[in-house]
Design a protein around this ligand. Structure first.
Ligand code: AMO
Length: 430
């Protein structure tokens, strides 16, 4: 008999025999009737075993079932007023495929709530909760929508390397690893590679893991991140912001359209951010904060609290552009009228930076100069600088942190909640 998934058990099947497989989400005895709620990847179905209606052997098996046992049930679909879906299964055969040990270290029903550490230690059990299924359902939608948007717009998907020979975002946050006779690093960003892609393929995007050896533990930071990156030839930074704005709107619209149930589970009221997103300058952002009595000087970076405050002032989604060059990486293009300021931007969404980007330097001499000014050695970047010697158009791009965006859309306070297997200084298992 072919297996049916729980969402396929509908009123049309009343009176028919079906086979379902899954986990025991809950077992209850009420007024002498045994209720089992079976969960599979698509949802839940109630199995009802009443004395007199089912064989004694079935009642015996059901009475020994525990939460999270894996079972296979064959039975007849019946209409039911009490069951949530209006149908239930009257079991004719139940097979226990795998027993779950008792007690469970985490209750997937969340009747006994678990703290964050327990959720992180028992990740696979937490994946069985409604909350986790909603979070990762939404994360799936974000990934799908991002890919869809850029495929629809004629971009090419790239696979950048993870093992790299030189840093792109500054030296301090690199993980070093032995690599035969040499030293190698884990990529902090696909930056140099996506630029080399764009000077030939023109429009590229990628979803790729990146690694940051940041020592501090913050609710917005991970040591292993998934970045959704884009690089566009013949585009200045204003055009790059246009693409970012459109991509974010497309992603939010897709979540709203396809993940209504998940948003409900998480109790999130999601709205499409109002367009066009304001594009304020770094200087304006500093002044706005100073006006609010914040201790911040021109040249400082914004703290996470200050980003939130800026969100209260400038709205749900806005750009901060034109940054002082010390704040940004060597590859950021200086402005013609003031080389102390670079053509860079951050996107703040719901009070948190979720993306940043720049127009890049595509002029080899200027790039070498900036690399030296940042205390780096142009020799280490020869392969990259050479990419701009043989016909390189101006180009711009950006990167969205998948986990940061998931966190903001799901309304979560800690980035670890929305990361399947978070990597932090304290945690590399599971
Ligand atoms: P940046 O370093 O700002 O820029 O990273 C881009 C986005 O990636 C996410 N992100 C992180 N998320 C969680 N934990 C971290 N430690 C972390 N680091 C980064 C954030 C951030 O906005 N190469 C440039 C992008 C570009 O110019 O194209 C870069 O990596 O959401």
């Amino acid at each position: 008999m072919e297996r049916k998934f729980t969402n396929e058990i509908t009123k049309e099947l009343v009176g028919k025999k079906v086979l379902v497989k899954g986990w025991v989400f809950d077992v209850r005895v009420l007024g002498g009737i045994n209720f089992v709620v079976l969960r599979d990847k698509n949802g839940y179905i109630q199995i009802t075993a009443k004395k007199g209606e089912v064989k004694d052997v079935i009642l015996q098996i059901v009475s020994k079932l525990h939460q999270e046992d894996v079972i296979e049930v064959e039975g007849i679909v019946k209409e039911s007023k009490q069951a949530k879906k209006g149908v239930e299964i009257l079991p004719e055969k139940i097979e226990v495929i795998s027993k779950a040990e008792v007690p469970l270290p985490l209750d997937p029903r969340m009747v006994t709530p678990a703290n964050l550490d327990t959720k992180l230690n028992w990740r696979f059990l937490w994946f069985r909760t409604e909350e986790a299924r909603a979070i990762f359902g939404i994360q799936n939608e974000i990934l799908k929508a991002f890919r869809e948007f850029f495929y629809n717009n004629g971009f090419i998907e790239m696979q950048p390397p993870i093992i790299i020979g030189s840093a792109s975002e500054g030296g301090a946050e690199l993980f070093e690893l032995p690599y035969f006779e040499k030293k190698a690093y884990l990529a902090q960003s696909p930056q140099l590679y996506k630029q080399m892609g764009a000077v030939s393929f023109e429009r590229v995007f990628m979803i790729t893991p990146i690694f940051r050896a940041e020592k501090f533990d913050q609710p917005t930071h991970l040591n292993e991140v998934r970045q959704m990156d884009v690089e566009i030839a013949f585009a200045d930074y204003e055009e790059a912001m246009d693409w970012l704005e459109k991509a974010l709107v497309y992603i939010v619209e897709s979540v709203l359209k396809n993940r209504k149930k998940e948003l409900e589970v998480l109790n999130v009221e999601l709205k499409v951010p109002k367009q066009p997103f304001p594009r304020i300058t770094y200087e304006e952002a500093i002044k706005a904060l100073q006006k609010e009595g914040e201790k911040i000087e021109y040249g400082d970076d914004f703290s996470k609290l200050q980003e939130r405050k800026l969100g209260e002032i400038f709205g749900e989604a806005f750009f901060i552009k034109d940054w002082p060059e010390e704040q940004k990486a060597f590859y950021a293009m200086p402005k013609e009228d003031n080389p102390k300021i670079v053509k860079a931007f951050d996107l703040i969404y719901k009070g948190l930076e979720i993306s940043s980007g720049t127009q890049r330097i595509h002029i080899p001499e200027l790039l070498e100069k900036r690399i030296r000014e940042k205390g780096l050695d142009p020799k280490d970047f020869k392969f990259y600088i050479d990419a701009f010697r043989y016909g390189a158009p101006p180009h711009s791009g950006w990167s969205i942190g998948l986990e940061r965006l998931t966190m903001q859309i799901c309304g979560k306070k800690n980035i670890k909640e929305v990361t399947m297997f978070p990597r932090t200084r304290e945690r590399i298992t599971p």
